[in-house]
Design a binder for this molecule. Structure first.
Ligand SMILES: Nc1ncnc2c1ncn2[C@@H]1O[C@H](COP(=O)(O)OP(=O)(O)OP(=O)(O)O)[C@@H](O)[C@H]1O
Length: 244
């Protein structure tokens, strides 16, 4: 198995068009940092970038490679390498019970029923939640549903976990608890958010604006610059420009 140091995300001249207009263009990003952050305002292209990085969308131009794998073309290898957590657990959860939800991704990875059940049990135990095994997901709180999604994706043992604003709508204690679980997981993280506070702990940060990377650097300075710019824009009235 490759060492952690061999792990690099490479976006080369990445572009994506939808509805006849560019959503992302000319994105080049190379990083081996363990916690990469991408900050950007609404509509800047963050979710599109998350989906491209997970291999769920085909780039219009350029390429996405994670640890040497073309994540769109080599789906089997991508499933072993990259996991994604979405903003809304309802968009991720398919099955009525916790154990079924966790087992699904494992079966997709090629584990048989017995192996998937064992891995499911192990992940529930590692989160101290074995009693959640048969719980109906519909009875869980929003934060608990997020945790089910997190357990399901971490059970697949991805080397990279993409976080597409997974904390939206969660209170501070729940955010902190989920953040702690993620840090403990030890995978590389690619965390996308419009909320500067979510990204303070990142090792390297990129600012996405209108589908392009406009700045990169250490979080302290870049988040301060981003916040100042967001406050400046907030004093204007450009909401009507978002669809342009
Ligand atoms: N399939 C599509 N068809 C048409 N337009 C699209 C499509 N996908 C994305 N877009 C447009 O591209 C832009 C970026 O969308 P995206 O969802 O990636 O942004 P975002 O930064 O995640 O936004 P938010 O923070 O509001 O979730 C938006 O203007 C969106 O309407």
């Amino acid at each position: 198995m490759a060492k952690a140091a061999d792990f690099t995300i490479r976006l080369d001249d990445l572009g994506y068009e939808a509805g006849g207009r560019p959503v992302l263009s000319g994105l080049t990003l190379h990083s081996s940092a363990r916690r990469i952050g991408v900050v950007g305002r609404n509509g800047s292209g963050k979710s599109t970038l998350a989906r491209l990085l997970a291999g769920l969308l085909a780039p219009t131009t350029g390429q996405v490679r994670v640890a040497g794998i073309d994540v769109f073309r080599d789906r089997r290898a991508a499933l072993e390498t990259v996991g994604i957590l979405f903003q809304n657990p309802e968009h991720q959860i398919i099955f009525p019970r916790v154990s079924e939800e966790i087992a699904f991704g494992l079966r997709q990875q090629g584990l048989d029923k017995v192996q998937a059940a064992a891995r499911c049990e192990a992940v529930l135990r590692s989160f101290d939640k074995p009693h959640w095994r048969d719980a109906p997901i519909s009875a869980l709180s929003q934060g608990q549903k997020h945790l089910v999604c997190m357990m399901a994706v971490l059970a697949m043992r991805p080397r990279l976990l993409i976080l597409d604003e997974p904390y939206a709508g969660l209170d501070i204690p729940t955010r902190r608890q989920l953040g702690r679980y993620l840090n403990r997981a030890g995978t590389h993280l690619f965390h996308i958010s419009h909320e500067p506070a979510d990204l303070e702990g990142c090792d390297q940060l990129f600012w996405l604006d209108r589908g392009q990377i406009v700045a990169q650097g250490a979080p302290a300075q870049l988040l301060a610059d981003f916040t100042a710019e967001m406050n400046r824009l907030g004093d204007l009235d450009d909401i009507a420009d978002l669809a342009g």
